[in-house]
Design a binder for this molecule. Structure first.
Ligand SMILES: [Zn+2]
Length: 232
């Protein structure tokens, strides 16, 4: 019997004759049922994912009330996030859809946030990169949960060096006083989830949270796709 899925399989096979797809990590030719990554790379990504109960980090990052990460920043996770940023392969973020969806169902069902705020890029970096990966991740969460994304409340004042290139002291100095509020009036949110791709020392997240706290926002959480530091 010819079903809708068989037809779309044929369509996909036909398209791939002319536009072959390759794994976004290892470059292997993708089979018809594979998308973005080959099975081997996808398995490596899946095997690194934190269990749901491990996503809440035990390390504290005041004034953040809580911080979550879905993966350690290592191996294929690091390679994907670098390819997103530096090779503009934004479509590779789709690889994390299932993990984001399951995290939202399990965590955001119980924790209420008024809005999602992606950690902003400076204007210069935004122009260079053409997109903000934190906005893409926040957009995914918003589509699943219905929690709105607020883009224009927090702004990056200047372009800092990528945090991953620096030591701890340099990182803290690098982000000090680097965010500002853009709204003239107080934003009515009481509870905000900051969103970013990577949590390194937490300095960026803490700096952004302090900025929001100064505006009277009391409950600030943070979600990163991946975190670099081991729990202490
Ligand atoms: Zn691969």
């Amino acid at each position: 019997m010819i079903t809708a899925s068989t037809v779309s399989d044929y369509q996909e096979a036909f398209l791939r004759l002319f536009y072959p797809s390759y794994c976004g990590l290892c470059g292997t030719f993708l089979e018809i049922h594979e998308k973005h990554l080959c099975r081997t790379c996808l398995d490596q990504v899946a095997s690194r994912r934190h269990l749901q109960e491990e996503t809440l980090l035990t390390k504290r990052y005041p004034p953040l009330k809580e911080a979550w990460a879905l993966y350690p920043y290592e191996g294929p996770i690091r390679d994907i996030l670098k390819a997103v940023k530096f090779q503009k392969k934004r479509w590779l973020l789709h690889v994390f859809n299932e993990a984001i969806d399951e995290w939202c169902q399990s965590v955001l069902g119980e924790t209420s946030y008024d809005c999602l705020i992606p950690i902003p890029l400076s204007r210069k970096r935004n122009l260079e990169r053409e997109f903000n990966q934190a906005e893409i991740i926040a957009g995914k969460i918003s589509r699943i949960t219905g929690i709105p994304v607020v883009r224009n409340l927090l702004a990056k004042k200047f372009s800092s060096h990528p945090q991953s290139d620096l030591g701890r002291e340099e990182r803290l100095a690098n982000v000090w006083n680097s965010f500002k509020m853009t709204a003239k009036r107080k934003y009515p949110a009481k509870s905000v989830l900051l969103v970013d791709d990577i949590l390194t020392t937490g300095a960026t997240a803490q700096e952004a949270a302090e900025c929001l706290q100064a505006e009277g926002i009391r409950h600030i959480g943070f979600l990163a796709l991946a975190h670099t530091e081991m729990e202490s």
